[in-house]
Each structure stands twice: as structure tokens, then as C-alpha cells.
Design a protein around this ligand. Structure first.
Ligand code: G1P
Ligand code: ZN
Length: 543
């Protein structure tokens, strides 16, 4: 077996976005495409020689073959060892945990998260650092730079290895440890949550539905919920991971997880419902007849986390991404703990978690997590909810009503306009940005604009600055509009419009969010001239 040096050329467009490099699967499978990017990762982190990495992915189409290529490249680049999930499968939070547990130098995660998978759908690769978290912008930028100047990569000509068998093996002299994908993660969850209390709740007749959406969380959810916590067999549906997610769009929101929504709002609905995404880092939570928005879920988890053993000592702080509603801020203020507002993307939470400034973090995009790993974690959020329900012995609806009565309610919704022509979306954002300076003082839909800017973030830990993270228009009554273009799509541009309105009094507690937000929605269309620029009047996904 030999380490070969293969001549190559830069391939345009290998720029990691909000969460790694995502492209159509045929693009990733094209000549040298994956190889160039993986070599750029190794080069950008100062080489792989002597290092140990974790490798796994969400099991989507090409996951298995990509894993063999990455292992052979790690070997040829002199890596000491790679810890791989069985069949090269690891949920993103489980991968983050393995990086930390084994004190490795980082890990490569093969995933396009909630994007559909299959021969014509999406694939992705990202690198996580030794802290278990996504590489920061400085590192992803170095990777991108490297892809623009690459001339060769190294790969072993060793045969494929059997990743189905748990245990030690080697690739061209490099140690490989194939580990069970679930065991270590499940053990971590047992340290954080009151499993006996949750088990007692299930034993008492509590019913749950968990929709794994034919994605990676199936085996994790089945082991933890059904085997360890005693939820009824069949609680987990779509529990077998499939390379194309069974044709489902594995994004846990009311649009794509509509089966779960129908069941939770139907006759004889279970007490609690949840879903997770392609790689297991997202979560959606639904009570019987009540949907919990991710921003509200973050706030409720922050307010009640002390009920779980892993957080009994209280939280150090709560961080949310800028477009996420301010509901969590109200909890942080009440608890007297730190509150942080970061740009979109989990990588911005890493420093706050490492520095012990924040314990719980969340995004409006169905992402919640804590300092137990350095990724958002779908099942973690579901288990924390279960722990809270087991202790408070109330329904989800009661818990939400209590929460709104105590903290007020931030009505919130995100409107997505997908697959817009990139030039049109760019022109719209440019015009909006150009108008910002003149907005304060103007009145739209009866609401006065208090301020407008393009969000910039200075990391309080390392001082790094991230510019142009989304346009914000703030109103004097506390309402807010945020607009930004997605950094994870693979087709054209996606405009995200984030809408928020705060109501302190009890009279505003039971409106439909779309109704409550109607003036804010109209103001957004007016200010950004969405129809004029894009030809679109209605979003195609509303969350
Ligand atoms: C989206 C979400 C963002 C999340 C990211 C990765 O990114 O909006 O909150 O961190 O996916 O899951 P976007 O497509 O908006 O750039
Ligand atoms: Zn994901």
C-alpha cells in the first residue's frame, strides 16, 4: 500500500457557508471535488500528521464512499488515528461528543443537515475543531483559500475497510477505531437528565411521538426513548435511516414534519411530540394541540433547566442568534445571568461556551443546545423537555401559558422565499441596505422605526468581528424585522424574513402568530420591496 500524490487543480466555489461546504451530491462526487476539499481542510489546520480525528456522517447517499476516501486521505496525510462511527454514521451532536470525549484534534462530519439527500440532492462536509465545535470563520476562510491554490492531494491506494464491524482496524498503517454510533452519546444523556423520573412518567401512561424523519436520529431515539426510558415500542416513527431519507425533507418544522403536526393536533393526540433533522442537531417540539416555536422553546428550557440534574446549579448565561426572538433575553434578565446575541450559525456560540459565559444556546431555526457538546443537539432538547414535564407534571400547554403570563409573549415567525434568482435577491438586499440610514423616524403600518442597521458582531472572547450578518429594522413598540440571505442553500438564493412582535399583557396570549404579526409582515414587504425585486408575494415555507 502506498500514499499516492495526485495532481489536481483548484475547483471554483468550494467556500464553506453557514455550516460547512454543501453542494449537490453529483458535484461532490465529481472528479477530485471531495478530495480537493478534504486536502484543503488538512492543509488549513496545519496538516494531519500525528493527529487523531473523528469521522462520521448522517448516512445520506455517498456517506459510505466519502468515508472511505477521507480515511485513505487521512492515512496518506500521516494522521495517527481516526475514530469512526459504525457504517460511518454519527449524528452531529454525537460526533461533537466523541471529539471531546476522546480529546481528538477535531473531526470531519459528512452532512448537509436538513437538506434532502440522494443522488440528485445534497451532500456536505464540515470540519469541527478540538473543542467539538464547527470551525470558526478564520479557519473556514483558510480552507477556502487553500482550495483556490491547491495543486495536489494525498491518498492511500489501500482497499476499502469494513466499517460495519465495531472494533480496531487499520488503513495503510493508520489506526482506525470503529465505534458504536449511539453508546457514548446515550451515556452522556444519562448524566444530564433524570432518567428515573422520565421513566416513571412513561410508566404512568405518558404518550409520545418522535418522528426521526428517516434520518440519523432513529437509532439514537429508539435506544434512549424506547429502550432506556420505557416509551412504548413504536413511539419512534420513520426510525430507520435511509440514504435518501425515504424522499422526506428531513427538516423538523411544521411544513416538513406535517405528519407529526397532524397527529399532535388530531383526535387522541399523544402528550408530547418531537422531530429531528437529517443529522440530528435540530428539534421541533409540539404539545397536544400546541406548537412550540423554537424561540419560545429556548426561553422555556432556559427558565426550567435547573429542574434537570445536569443544570441543577443554574445557568451561566443564555445565548441566541440575532434573528431568534428576544424571549430568551427576558428569562436571562429575570435570572440575572448573561445574555448574548450572536450572528446566525452555531459556530458563533463556541467561544461563549468554551469561556463559560453561556450554558444554553439556541436559534430560531430549530436549534437548541448546551455546553455538553459544541453543536446544537436535537435529542438533548427533547430530553430536557421530557425532564421538565416529568418534574412539573403539567401539560405543554400549561407550561407555555405559565411562561407567557410570567414573561410576556414574543410573537414570532420566519418567512422563507426559496430558490430566488441570486441576482434579484442580491439587488433587493443591496437596495434595502442602501435605505437603512434614512429609515429611523419613519412610520410604517402605524409603527415608528426606532433604528435600522446591518448586524455586526464583535466576539466578546476573542475580539473577532463579523460584518453584514443581516439587516435589522427595529420599531419603537419592540417589534422587529430581520432579513438575510441563507448561507446553506445549494440552489439560487433563499431570502429569510424574521418577524417579531412583543405583547406584555395577558390579552395577547392566544392569537395566531401570523395574525398577530400581520402589520409587521406588511411592513417587511413594503420596506424591502420583496415583490418588486423578486416577483414573489408569498413565502413558500413559514415557520
Ligand atoms: C440555517 C439556519 C441557521 C443554522 C444553519 C445550520 O442557516 O438559519 O440558524 O445555524 O441553517 O443549521 P441559513 O440557511 O439561514 O444560513
Ligand atoms: Zn442539522
Amino acid at each position: 500500500m502506498t500514499a499516492l500524490t495526485i495532481q489536481t487543480q483548484p475547483i471554483a466555489g468550494q467556500k464553506p457557508g453557514t455550516s460547512g461546504l454543501r453542494k449537490k451530491t453529483p458535484v461532490f462526487m465529481g472528479p477530485h471535488y471531495l478530495q480537493n476539499f478534504v486536502q484543503a481542510i488538512f492543509d488549513a489546520i496545519g496538516g494531519a500528521a500525528g493527529k487523531t480525528f473523528v469521522l462520521g456522517g448522517d448516512g445520506r447517499y455517498f456517506n459510505d464512499r466519502a468515508a472511505q476516501i477521507i480515511l485513505k486521505m487521512a492515512a496518506a496525510n500521516g494522521a495517527a488515528k481516526v475514530i469512526v462511527g459504525q457504517n460511518a454514521v454519527l449524528s452531529t451532536p454525537a460526533a461533537s461528543h466523541l471529539i471531546r470525549l476522546n480529546k481528538t484534534d477535531g473531526g470531519i462530519i459528512m452532512s448537509a443537515s436538513h437538506n434532502p439527500g440522494g443522488p440528485e440532492e445534497d451532500f456536505g462536509v464540515k470540519f469541527n475543531m478540538a473543542n467539538g465545535g464547527p470551525a470558526p470563520e478564520s479557519v473556514t476562510e483558510a480552507m477556502y483559500q487553500r482550495t483556490t491554490e491547491i495543486t495536489e492531494y494525498r491518498i492511500s491506494d489501500a482497499p476499502d475497510i469494513d466499517l460495519g464491524r465495531v472494533g480496531p482496524t487499520t488503513v495503510d498503517g493508520m489506526a482506525v477505531e470503529v465505534v458504536d454510533s449511539v453508546t457514548d452519546y446515550a451515556a452522556l444523556m444519562e448524566t444530564l437528565f433524570d432518567f428515573p423520573a422520565i421513566r416513571a412518567m412513561f410508566a404512568g401512561g405518558f404518550r409520545m411521538r418522535f418522528d426521526a424523519m428517516c434520518a440519523v436520529t432513529g437509532p439514537y431515539a429508539t435506544e434512549i426513548l424506547e429502550n432506556r426510558l420505557g416509551a412504548a415500542p413504536g413511539t419512534v416513527t420513520h426510525g430507520t435511516p435511509l440514504p435518501d431519507f425515504g424522499g422526506m425533507h428531513p427538516d423538523p418544522n411544521p411544513t416538513w414534519a406535517h405528519e407529526l403536526m397532524e397527529e399532535m393536533f388530531g383526535a387522541d393526540a399523544p402528550d408530547f411530540g418531537a422531530a429531528s433533522d437529517g443529522d440530528g442537531d435540530r428539534n421541533m417540539v409540539v404539545g397536544r394541540g400546541i406548537y412550540v416555536s423554537p424561540s419560545d422553546s429556548l426561553a422555556v428550557l432556559a427558565a426550567n433547566a435547573h429542574l434537570a440534574p445536569g443544570y441543577a446549579g443554574g445557568l451561566k448565561g443564555v445565548a441566541r442568534s440575532m434573528p431568534t426572538s428576544a424571549a430568551a433575553d427576558r428569562v436571562a434578565a429575570a435570572l440575572g445571568i448573561g445574555q448574548y446575541e450572536t450572528p446566525t450559525g452555531w459556530k458563533f456560540f463556541g467561544n461563549l461556551l468554551d469561556a463559560g459565559r453561556a450554558t444554553i444556546c439556541g436559534e430560531e431555526s430549530f436549534g437548541t443546545g448546551s455546553d455538553h457538546v459544541r453543536e446544537k443537539d436535537g435529542l438533548w432538547a427533547v430530553l430536557l423537555w421530557l425532564n421538565i414535564l416529568a418534574v412539573r407534571k403539567q401539560t405543554v400547554a400549561q407550561i407555555m401559558a405559565d411562561h407567557f403570563a410570567k414573561f410576556g409573549r414574543n410573537y414570532y415567525s420566519r418567512h422563507d422565499f426559496e430558490a430566488i434568482a441570486t441576482d434579484k435577491a442580491d439587488a433587493m438586499m443591496a437596495a434595502l441596505r442602501a435605505s437603512l440610514a434614512g429609515l429611523p423616524g419613519q412610520t410604517v403600518e402605524g409603527m415608528e422605526i426606532a433604528g435600522a442597521d446591518d448586524f455586526a458582531y464583535t466576539d466578546p472572547v476573542d475580539g473577532s468581528v463579523s460584518q453584514k450578518q443581516g439587516v435589522r429594522v427595529m420599531f419603537t413598540d419592540g417589534s422587529r424585522i430581520v432579513m438575510r440571505l441563507s448561507g446553506t442553500g445549494t440552489e439560487g438564493a433563499t431570502l429569510r424574513v424574521y418577524l417579531e412582535r412583543f405583547t406584555p399583557g395577558p390579552d395577547g396570549l392566544d392569537h395566531d402568530p401570523q395574525e398577530a404579526l400581520a402589520p409587521v409582515i406588511r411592513a417587511a414587504h413594503h420596506l424591502a420591496r420583496i415583490g418588486e425585486f423578486t416577483g414573489r408575494t408569498d413565502p413558500n415555507v413559514i415557520t
